[in-house]
Design a protein around this ligand. Structure first.
Ligand code: ATP
Ligand code: MG
Length: 200
C-alpha cells in the first residue's frame, strides 16, 4: 500500500502539472462550436442543460429546432418562462416520416435555417442551439456548405450547439467539441414508450 508521504508527493506533482496546463490554456476570443451526436439518449437534453447555465449568467439564447414540430415538450414550456432571454423557433410540420413530402420538408428546413443564420450572425446572442440540425443535414434538407458557412460567419460573441445523430465529418472537424452519446441501454428497447418529463 502507498505511504502517505508517497501519496502527498504524487498529488503535488499532479497538482503542479494541472496548474501548468491551466496557466497555458487560453481564451478563444470567440464563441465555441459544440456538437452532441451519437445513437444514445442525451444530445438535446445536454444542449438544454447548457442553456440553463447560460441563462444563469444572464445571457441571451436562441433555439432553432429542426425536424420536430408540433409537439409540446417540457423544455419548450420551461424556457417560455424566460421570454427576455430566450428566443425559440420550432420548424413546423412534425416528424419527417409524418409529412412524407420532401419539398415541404426542404422548404421548412430552409426557413428554419434562415432564422438560425440571423441569430448566428446578428450579434444578439451568446448561445444558439440548432437542435436536430444534423438530421436535416443527413436527409440533405440543408447543404453542409451552407451550414458550415453560417457557423464561420457567426458573431464572435456567439457559441453554437448542434445536436442530432450522424453529425457530418465536416461539421465535427470544424467544431471545438464533439461528444458522442453511446447507447448502453434505452427503455424503448424494452417496449417502454417515451415518458413525459424524461423524454420530452
Ligand atoms: P434527449 O432529447 O432525451 O436528450 P436525444 O436528443 O439524444 O434525446 P433524439 O435522437 O433527439 O435523442 O431522440 C429524441 C427522442 O428519442 C427522445 O424521446 C429520446 O428519449 C428518444 N431516444 C433517444 N435515444 C434513443 C434510443 N437509442 N432508442 C430509442 N429512443 C431513443
Ligand atoms: Mg434530440
Amino acid at each position: 500500500m502507498e505511504t502517505n508521504e508517497a501519496h502527498v508527493a504524487r498529488m503535488k506533482a499532479l497538482q503542479a502539472k494541472q496548474r501548468r496546463k491551466s496557466a497555458a490554456a487560453r481564451n478563444p476570443g470567440r464563441g465555441l462550436v459544440l456538437v452532441y451526436t451519437g445513437n444514445g439518449k442525451g444530445k438535446s437534453s445536454s444542449a438544454f442543460g447548457v442553456i440553463a447555465r447560460a441563462l444563469g449568467w444572464g445571457r441571451k439564447v436562441g433555439v432553432v429546432q429542426f425536424i420536430k414540430g408540433n409537439w409540446t415538450t417540457g423544455e419548450r414550456r420551461f424556457f417560455a418562462k424566460f421570454p427576455d432571454q430566450v428566443d425559440w423557433y420550432t420548424m413546423g410540420e412534425g416528424f419527417t416520416w409524418d409529412t412524407q413530402d420532401r419539398d415541404r420538408d426542404v422548404a421548412a428546413a430552409e426557413t428554419a435555417f434562415a432564422r438560425a443564420l440571423a441569430m448566428l450572425t446578428g450579434g444578439g446572442y451568446d448561445l444558439v442551439v440548432l437542435d436536430e440540425i444534423n438530421i436535416a443535414l443527413r436527409y440533405e434538407y440543408l447543404s453542409g456548405r451552407t451550414v458550415l458557412d453560417g457557423l464561420v460567419a457567426r458573431s464572435e460573441r456567439t457559441s453554437v450547439i448542434l445536436t442530432g445523430r450522424d453529425a457530418s465529418s465536416e461539421i465535427c472537424e470544424y467544431a471545438d467539441l464533439v461528444s458522442e452519446m453511446r447507447e448502453v441501454k434505452h427503455p424503448f428497447a424494452a417496449g417502454i414508450k417515451a415518458q413525459r418529463g424524461i423524454d420530452f
